[in-house]
Design a protein around this ligand. Structure first.
Ligand code: WTA
Length: 656
């Protein structure tokens, strides 16, 4: 972000008070902050009591920095909390999910009783396939109800799930299967994308060529397309889950029993398996969902438009809403130009009252124009949420005015895969919001902005975001790598969690998030590491060297720009061709997944380096951001090379 833009942001004068009626009836009332501050652990214990426990804990927190245990000695079952307890309370007929297929050709209402029956069957089937407590299960599935069923069935039998976003490549998938040492994969034959069936299982088949630990693959039929079949390994869902008994006695697990792992990009090429456990995670996922969205389970229709393959889907499609007994929308599709008004039809039809999405989507909707929304009655909406990247004030205002009719609070929620649940956010009935600010840590959460030496910057200062006290849904580690856990999050400053984000406090002490300060890019709200993409590029036989930077992009927040030096064996006219660049982009998509495809690949005979041989990323970022390079620049473009050379000549070579 440029200095003037940042300045304008921090002197943003607009304030939006909570609507009076919402404030009066809100789940969270102003005294909640003081109440939590007085007795933080007591406060979290109160929130934990909203769950159903088989055995109550003896201690709220054991903190051996940086290792936390919450609700020691407590025992509970996550799927009982998400499903059984609502059925037992007489809410079995309540809709848990209004599921809508891609393109809205099919709708299915799944009640809590349906969900319980399916989860029990799936739990029995998983057990019969040899999965027991502690065994890892990798889930590679699109946005269908069976995905939720699988997640909850795993939780029910204590088998940590490892959901891999269905857009990841077979290479990424096999890496995650092996790192988590999974025993079973659950997948589908295919999925629908923009009205067309697309294959899913072939990526699993490919991945499994290098995953010795996998014994079985459980396959849901979604598209009915032909798939290759390994008789000894592959099992159809309809053959084992449908006929299974719907009677299943859940076992209580320790509060610290691993619930799931979720791989996310770090600053090295190898993704990190972020580990979450049961009691603390569920406590905070449910608490935040109840308070940040002011959920009224009997009247709200809630829609989190994320994918279950990311942490937002885990906490705010699956666990938070289900533990709270909410009625949610689950949509298989994503917004696309051929189907511009789909969202507004869904909101109008189902009277959606809470919508949670990402700034990148809001900017896409903005591009399509407010007139797309006009024919629709969106008056049911009462709260709008944003997550995944900093939201620019224009997008924030557009969201509030056009989607929220100028009535609805917008809650900009900051959190991470590692934090498990929302950490910094306005509360809709309490906070006077500012367009673009995540505002304040939630009650029970302690955050600060510090300078490089770890000193708090106080009001009107900028620096790095840290979390200063353990929180219930914090990651419990990186799967199999305690050292990397300590090193990544706890070594920069003593005893506090380093989030990797830059932040500012304004004159009121409210927090504004400014984006990553490490080598992690944020593309359409997805975390992608520059190193991971560089790694993929240099694995191509024609590439000698690659440097990747994130450049500001008006729609996706950041876009991936790669600078590539071809090997000497590649002829100049070959590397100058469109095909060469396209080949590299496709190669990255194959290695990591389409989300990691660079927007631009710039071929250059050399990369700018310092005398000590370090690539000058800041310079590359300048080039990537300042110049009109066209959509897919095929090169050898002499102007870029010149630009690189010119800048090199005049720049400080001591850049780190
Ligand atoms: C960024 C997604 C500004 C941030 C839940 C963080 C945000 C990373 C916001 C985590 C926000 C998320 N404002 N930045 N409201 N929310 N981020 O793990 O850089 O996919 O570190 O979790 O997204 O991304 P992750």
């Amino acid at each position: 972000m440029t200095e003037p833009a940042l300045d304008a942001l921090l002197h943003e004068g607009r304030r939006f008070d909570p609507p009076v009626e919402l404030a009066e009836n809100a789940n969270a009332q102003p005294e909640i902050y003081e109440h939590a501050a007085k007795d933080r652990l007591g406060f979290w214990a109160e929130q934990a009591r909203e769950l159903t426990w088989d055995t109550e804990w003896t201690d709220v927190l054991e903190w051996n920095a940086p290792f936390a245990k919450w609700f020691l000695g407590g025992k509970l079952n996550a799927s009982v909390n998400a499903v059984d307890r609502h059925v037992a309370a007489g809410n079995g007929d309540k809709v848990a999910f209004h599921w809508i297929s891609d393109g809205d050709t099919e709708r299915r209402d799944v009640t809590y009783a349906d969900l319980k029956r399916e989860v029990c069957k799936a739990a029995n089937a998983l057990t019969s396939l040899g999965v027991g407590a502690g065994d890892r299960v990798t889930i590679y599935m699109p946005m269908i109800p069976e995905t939720v069923v699988t997640i909850l069935a795993c939780a029910r039998i204590g088998a940590p799930h490892n959901v891999v976003f269905c857009g990841f490549s077979s290479d990424s998938l096999s890496g995650r299967i092996n790192d988590s040492d999974s025993k079973l994969v659950v997948t589908t034959d295919g999925q629908y994308r923009r009205g067309e069936p697309a294959p899913v299982k072939p990526a699993v088949d490919e991945a499994l060529k290098s995953t010795p630990g996998i014994e079985k693959v459980l396959v849901v039929r979604r598209t009915g397309t032909d798939v290759e079949w390994d008789e000894g390994r592959d099992v159809w869902w309809h053959d084992v889950v449908e006929p299974a008994s719907d009677d299943h006695t859940p076992e209580p697990f320790d509060a610290e029993h691993p619930l799931f792992m979720m791989y996310t990009s770090g600053t090295t090429a190898k993704p990190k398996g972020i580990l979450h456990t049961t009691g603390g995670y569920l406590t905070q996922a449910a608490f935040t969902h109840r308070m940040v969205f002011d959920l009224k389970p009997d009247t709200d229709v809630y829609w989190c438009a994320a994918d279950i393959g990311w942490i937002t889907g885990h906490s705010y499609i699956v666990y938070g809403p289900l533990v709270n007994g909410a009625t949610s929308v689950m949509y298989e599709g994503t917004p696309h130009p051929a189907d511009k008004d789909r969202w507004w039809k869904i909101i109008q039809d189902l009277k959606v009252s809470i919508l949670y999405t990402a700034p990148t989507t809001i900017r896409t909707l903005m591009k399509w124009g407010a007139e797309v929304l006009e024919p629709y009655d969106l008056s049911s909406l009462r709260i709008l949420g944003s997550v995944g990247e900093p939201i620019n004030p224009e997008a924030w205002i557009w969201y509030r005015e056009n989607v929220g009719g100028g009535r609805t609070p917008v809650v900009d929620t900051w959190w991470q895969t590692e934090t498990g649940a929302i950490m910094i956010t306005p509360l809709p009935g309490i906070t006077a919001t500012k367009p673009g600010a995540a505002m304040t840590p939630l009650p029970g959460i302690s955050a600060d902005v510090v300078d490089n030496s770890g000193k708090s910057v106080g009001e009107s200062g900028g620096g790095l975001l840290v979390l200063t006290e353990s929180w219930p849904s914090m990651l419990r580690g990186i799967w199999g790598d305690d050292e990397r856990y300590q090193e990544t999050y706890w070594s920069r400053f003593d005893g506090v969690y380093f989030a990797g984000d830059g932040a500012k406090k304004d004159d009121d002490g409210d927090i504004w998030l400014l984006g990553r300060v490490d080598d992690v890019m944020n593309v359409s709200g997805h975390r992608i590491s520059t190193t991971e993409v560089e790694h993929a590029l240099v694995s191509h036989p024609s590439v000698a060297e690659a440097a990747v930077v994130g450049a500001t992009d008006p729609t996706t927040g950041q876009a991936i720009v790669a600078f590539v030096t071809p090997r000497g064996s590649v002829a100049e006219d070959e590397s100058a061709g469109e095909e060469f660049v396209q080949g590299l982009r496709d190669h990255v998509a194959k290695q990591i997944g389409p989300i990691a495809k660079p927007r631009q690949v710039l071929v250059t005979p050399e990369l700018p380096k310092t005398r000590s041989g370090k690539i000058m990323r800041r310079l590359l970022r300048d080039i990537a951001e300042n110049r009109e390079l066209g959509d897919v620049t095929t090169l050898l473009d002499p102007t870029v090379t010149e630009a690189i050379r010119d800048r090199m000549a005049g720049s400080d070579t001591k850049e780190d």
